[in-house]
Design a protein around this ligand. Structure first.
Ligand SMILES: [Zn+2]
Length: 149
C-alpha cells in the first residue's frame, strides 16, 4: 500500500502528460522538493512548477531554489552555490513532429523537447539537468587562489 505522502511525492516527480491535458488546473501550481543521489544540496531543493497544455504540446515553467554543495576543482573543499533558477521549457507532442509541414513550423521555434502524449514528464530529472548545468558553470570556490585567471 502506498501512503498519501508517497503518492503526492510521485505526482511532484513524475507527471502523466494525459493528466495535464485533462486537468490543467491541477498542474498550474505544483510544489516539489527533491534530493539527488549525485548532487549534494543543503536540504532539499525547492521547486515550483506550472505546467500548461498548448495546442501542440506543453509548456513547463519552473522555479528552483536551494543551495548546492559543490567540491572546488582546485582546493577540493566543499563550497555552497546558491540556486535560484527560472526555467521555461517547451515540450512538443511527438505526433506533431512527424509531418514535414509541422517540422517547418517548429524549426522557427527555440529549443524544444519531444514528449509522447501517453508518456510522463520527469520533473525531478528536469530540475537535475538544470542543476548539473549550474554546477558546470561553478567549477571553483570563490577564494582568490582558486579563481581561474
Ligand atoms: Zn577552492
Amino acid at each position: 500500500m502506498e501512503s498519501s505522502q508517497d503518492i503526492a511525492k510521485q505526482i511532484n516527480e513524475r507527471v502523466k502528460v494525459s493528466d495535464v491535458v485533462r486537468n490543467p488546473k491541477a498542474f498550474s501550481n505544483l510544489q516539489g522538493s527533491y534530493t539527488f543521489e549525485d548532487l549534494k544540496t543543503e536540504g532539499p531543493l525547492a521547486c515550483e512548477w506550472s505546467i500548461q497544455p498548448e495546442t501542440t504540446g506543453l509548456n513547463i515553467r519552473g522555479h528552483l531554489k536551494g543551495t548546492m554543495e559543490l567540491e572546488c576543482v582546485r582546493c577540493l573543499e566543499p563550497f555552497p552555490v546558491p540556486v535560484n533558477v527560472e526555467l521555461d521549457e517547451h515540450y512538443v507532442f511527438d505526433r506533431y513532429v512527424d509531418t514535414s509541414e509541422k517540422e517547418k513550423e517548429l524549426q522557427s521555434e527555440d529549443f524544444y523537447e519531444i514528449v509522447n502524449e501517453e508518456g510522463h514528464l520527469d520533473l525531478k530529472d528536469l530540475a537535475h539537468q538544470f542543476l548539473i548545468l549550474e554546477a558546470e558553470n561553478q567549477p571553483a570556490c570563490g577564494r582568490s587562489e582558486c579563481r581561474f585567471a
